[in-house]
Design a protein around this ligand. Sequence first.
Ligand code: PAF
Length: 282
Amino acid sequence: MEIFDQPHDIREWSRLQSTSSFSIGFVPTMGALHDGHTRLIEVAQQDCDRVVVSIFVNALQFNSPQDYEKYPRLMDADIQVCKEIGVDALYTPSHATMYPPGFETHVSPGQTATPMEGAFRKGHFEGVATVVNKLFSATQPHRAYFGAKDFQQLAVIKRMIIDFDLGIELVSVETVRQPDGLALSSRNARLTAQQRDAACVIYRGLQAARNAYMQGEQSSAELMSITTDIYTSCSEARVEYIEIFDSTTMCALQNISKRNAVMAVAVWFGDIRLIDNIEFTA
Ligand code: PAF
């Protein structure tokens, strides 16, 4: 595995691969790699001739300096994981490389970035879109792989790819869960044992809403109240939002009868904020 920390070096490597007609799959990460990331890498390996992974904890997308400071950083272990799984190239730029003095151009996403994560984490999607645009530019992929847990992030990146004519195929990879349903996230490592046990309530609340939908309930208010009741009964959990929205437009839905809808939630356990979602397919 080759490791690069400068954009021109990884770009040169990617161009060489493309010149040899190899397709390039890209998996952007912020490190602290877990089975959710390795699943993204495996799917990319099935689809593409070469796979590039990036590890960069992007200060621009954190709306809390403490969250940025506390974000797990495990570079040596991550390099080992990438080597073992057969990643072809790893891109690990520093903050100074990504945002040198004088850096001032940002990507400003539109409506898809406004509700939910966009409303509660001001500037988050601007930071995500800006860094992903820079990472795309450095790695020059044909396809890029993102986890479905960050549903709104996927929608924002999809829109950016279309709006900027980037010509990259975006692949959504199903959320990987622990046996009790908790979605894998680098943030899970910071939960206490008690919070970790309690956190399975997130998926339980989502499943209860989907079960009610399968039995005929179509009112978003009713479905959201089922999930709210389950979260409220868990003393460790503090709900930030529970929303049901159209999976393409990100517009809130009152009723999900004829639409492909998603319920998305953000729930705090102590000072750790976890997100998850579930699809209701019409
Ligand atoms: O999903 C993530 O880990 C990050 O938002 C990403 C896409 C790597 C950008 O920093």
